[in-house]
Design a protein around this ligand. Structure first.
Ligand code: F6R
Length: 365
């Protein structure tokens, strides 16, 4: 039931502080401030030399974010692939490699086929799934459940942020096991994770501003999303969300790639959404933003108070996000990204929960 919301998608966006909080409580021991996985892993992260992450669509973008986390916190090389490519490429896996599969439904045909392939190759298989009775959950060696609850809207929202919470916890556990993170590092990171649900609730307060902005976005033919670091996969997710529910063409790019092609598209008619928390790569993103502004591009900047003060461009709109430890920004910045797609679709009058040509669970390849 939609409670008091107009669409399931709106309800599911608003539920995120709660369900991400439930997921956090399953993976982190608040009392000891340690990550504590609900299952014992059948391998030691110290022995793992390579990780592959395979998924489709939004779940694959959660995988891309996780790549940054695993590589930084655990110094563990990660390859991310969409399942439809991974399964037919016959990618060489070594016995004992770790293959992670991410799926809300646990029934996506390509992801399931990739899982079966990895199993046959002798890899350890670990699934991050929302439906614990699903085929992918049943067939994986290890299951880490997301506690998003049933997701009805076709566009994935709360499943995505819960996937990120599980993957963030797993990356911290990996960093700890591999000796790349000290106890002190872990405590700090756990503090950062514990803050996330409250920060997501703060992020929801941008909704009125975003609703207004949606009227302008709805008049555009194309929208460009830019981000660096973990904000890059979020730019991909923002573009996917917008196109699938509002039918407005959108593209996500790594901000540094702008001058290698897409900058040719910039004019005053194409809004550019820049996702730029004040993190290690913030200044680099600002210089890309200046390139956009210099060509008459209209910028929608999602950043925190510090970023807003330092960004020296005239942006069309700045969406000021809460201050936070930078490692886990994607979970919090997902909120305005989802809201922007949602409200634009509402303005366009599309069928938000059941967009044309799409199914919730893609059980054919
Ligand atoms: C986009 C979306 C899809 C799914 C993809 C994978 O909003 O919902 O891209 O993320 O079809 O589905 P699952 O996670 O069920 O494997």
């Amino acid at each position: 039931d939609k409670a008091n919301y107009r669409h399931f998608m709106a309800k599911e966006i608003h539920e995120q502080p709660e369900v991400v909080g439930h997921t956090l409580a399953r993976y982190v021991d608040m009392a000891s401030e340690r990550v504590s996985l609900p299952v014992k892993l059948p391998f030691d992260f110290k022995d793992i030399q390579r990780v592959t992450i395979t998924a489709c669509g939004t779940a694959s973008y959660a995988g891309y974010v996780a790549k940054y986390w695993f590589e930084r916190m655990a110094r563990l090389p990660v390859e991310v692939d969409v399942a439809s490519e991974f399964r037919y490429r016959e990618s060489p896996l070594r016995k004992g490699d770790l293959a992670i599969f991410i799926s809300q439904s646990g029934e996506t045909a390509d992801t399931l086929a990739a899982l079966r392939y990895a199993k046959a190759e002798g890899a350890h298989t670990l699934a991050v799934v929302n439906v614990p009775t699903s085929t992918i959950a049943r067939e994986s060696e290890t299951v880490l459940q997301t506690l998003a609850g049933p997701e009805i809207g076709v566009a994935s929202t709360k499943a995505f942020t819960c996937q990120l919470m599980v993957l963030a916890s797993l990356a911290v556990a990996a960093g700890k096991a591999r000796g790349e993170l000290s106890e002190e590092d872990e405590t700090k990171l756990v503090h950062g994770l514990v803050e996330v649900p409250r920060l997501m609730a703060d992020a929801l307060t941008t909704e009125l501003q975003i609703e207004k902005l949606a009227h302008r976005i709805a008049k555009s033919r194309d929208v460009l999303y830019l981000g660096r670091g973990t904000s890059f996969p979020l730019a991909l997710e923002g573009a996917l969300k917008l196109k699938e529910i509002s039918y407005i063409h959108a593209e996500g790019y790594a901000a540094g790639e702008l001058k290698h092609g897409p900058i040719a598209l910039i004019d005053e008619t194409m809004p550019v959404v820049v996702i730029a928390p004040h993190d290690r790569v913030f200044e680099k993103t600002v210089s890309n933003m200046q390139e956009v502004a210099a060509r008459g591009g209209n910028i929608i900047l999602m950043t925190d108070a510090k970023g807003a003060a330092e960004a020296t461009v005239d942006s069309l709109v700045t969406i000021v996000m809460p201050d936070m430890a930078s490692a886990f920004t994607p979970m919090v910045y997902a909120v305005p990204v989802q809201l922007l797609a949602y409200h634009t679709a509402v303005v366009m009058g599309t069928d938000v929960d059941q967009p044309r040509n799409l199914a919730k669970s893609v059980t054919v390849e």
